[in-house]
Design a protein around this ligand. Structure first.
Ligand code: FES
Length: 136
């Protein structure tokens, strides 16, 4: 039996994703992943979509959101897509948790900011367009 995919949000840091089966780039290509990966959400990594520790150098700040109910389980692909010059699109039954393992509510799919500029972290609020975020 496979483990359920889970995203943990690190305060002032990356997303830690466990047991993900598929991570796609902006062109729909599958990326090589390990059992546990760290995804950038400050926008400064030189190895996007993966975290390279740059959040410390740029002073990335994010306050953890309050815990809520679980993200509803849905049928369909379980995948995280790193959308071109935009957020992560999270599809399927992937639990989103803060550091104390409290689950957050969300839709399917839901969109997690990876540019660092959202006023509604961890979710995307469209600010990536305003700040001119790019994958490079
Ligand atoms: S990716 Fe940051 S606001 Fe959309």
């Amino acid at each position: 039996m496979s483990e359920k995919t889970k995203i943990e949000i690190m305060d002032d840091g990356p997303l830690i994703v466990s047991d993900l089966k598929l991570l796609e780039d902006g062109e729909g290509n599958g990326l090589a992943i390990k059992k546990k990966i760290a995804l950038c959400r400050c926008g400064a990594s030189e190895n996007k979509p993966f975290c390279d520790g740059s959040h410390k150098g740029v002073g990335f700040r994010s306050s953890l959101p309050p815990a809520g109910s679980s993200v509803p389980a849905k049928e369909g692909d379980v995948v995280i897509r790193s959308l071109k010059n935009g957020p992560y699109e999270v599809c399927g039954d992937i639990e989103l948790c803060v550091e104390d393992d409290s689950a957050l509510s969300g839709d399917d799919p839901y969109y997690i900011c990876r540019c660092g500029a959202s006023e509604n972290k961890p979710f995307c609020d469209g600010s990536h367009k305003r700040v001119g975020f790019t994958d490079k």
